[in-house]
Design a protein around this ligand. Structure first.
Ligand code: ZN
Length: 312
């Protein structure tokens, strides 16, 4: 029987819809029982091998190794996330933004930062936040900070980022994700709008997860993952997810400098000289505290200790 290859674009009621990479047909498949034995089940985003039966239904025979995966929403092989960040209402939170950036970096997902509701800012607020946005751009993020004249231009730029990639959207409730998605593609807004309403009512609804093809890429029609339990990592790892720290840390006296109490720390020096945003450093210290509090939990999960160093 002929082997086909494709990407799972939808999971619905136990069926996996696979987009055949050769024929571009969508084939409704089931997973073979052997995945259950291996305690793995296919995810939307998976690249799979599958076979097609005479009745045009198919079954998945192999899941290719994943670049990354999320539990909520259940997705794999995510390339990038557009982090919708409220400029106001709710007011801008650098803490939430940095949290999301750490969570994404940990999963090796590129972050694109989009500031929403910038039109509701006063002139002085606009200038102040624009500076912060420029800072994030200066350390290597794609940042979009709309003003009155460049909105449609920005939408086109975001769409152009989809090409050849799997993109998710994330952001806190009220950040204006739906408005953004609706202006990108109305198919996205329908799905996420329904989900967020269900979430507000506190309902645990089983919902479908699917990928929508836009500009030769895939966009997940489901809100991004929750970032409140993202600090399950050794504390030494966190600093690697702060791009700006990485610019200065080679000059720290100690190679494994945590940039906390060590002498001759180039990161702390850069914070002092306002080369690194103070808020970034404060958030980093807070996240370290969170990791230290959470530690017993991930140690129970059997996290490998590195270099024989003890985590206290
Ligand atoms: Zn340091």
């Amino acid at each position: 029987m002929q082997q086909h290859e494709g990407i799972i674009v939808q999971l619905l009621a136990g069926f996996y819809d696979v987009l055949d990479s050769n024929t571009k047909d969508i084939v409704r498949t089931r997973a073979r029982g052997n995945f259950r034995n291996k305690k793995t089940s296919p995810l939307v985003g998976d690249i799979v091998e599958f076979q097609i039966n005479d009745d045009k239904t198919g079954y998945i025979t192999k899941i290719k190794s994943r670049k990354n995966q999320l539990v909520r929403p259940p997705l794999s092989n995510i390339d990038q996330a557009v982090v919708v960040t409220a400029a106001t209402q709710p007011s801008f939170s650098s803490n939430l933004l940095d949290r999301q950036l750490v969570a994404l970096a940990e999963k090796q997902i590129d972050a694109v930062i989009y500031f929403s509701k910038t039109d509701l800012l006063s002139n002085s607020q606009f200038e102040k936040l624009n500076k912060i946005a420029k800072y994030y751009a200066s350390i290597g993020y794609r940042v979009f900070f709309p003003n009155q004249t460049n909105k449609s231009d920005i939408l086109n730029k975001i769409k152009s980022l989809f090409k050849g990639k799997l993109t998710i959207f994330m952001g806190q409730t009220g950040a204006g994700k739906s408005t953004l998605l609706n202006s990108i593609d109305s198919r996205l807004n329908i799905e996420t709008g329904e989900v967020s309403k269900a979430l507000n009512r506190g309902k645990h609804t089983t919902r479908k997860v699917s990928l929508i093809r836009i500009n030769q890429g895939f966009v997940a029609d489901t809100p991004g993952f929750s970032t409140y339990a993202v600090f399950e990592m050794p504390e030494q790892q966190l600093k690697n997810y702060f791009k700006d720290f990485m610019l200065y840390s080679p000059k720290c006296r100690f190679r494994e400098c945590l940039h906390l109490n060590e002498p001759n720390c180039a990161v702390k020096e850069a914070v002092k000289n306002q080369l690194i945003l103070q808020s970034r450093y404060e958030n980093y210290k807070q996240f370290i505290e969170l990791i230290r509090k959470q530690k017993p939990e991930y140690e129970r999960k059997g996290y490998q200790k590195k270099n024989g160093r003890r985590f206290k």
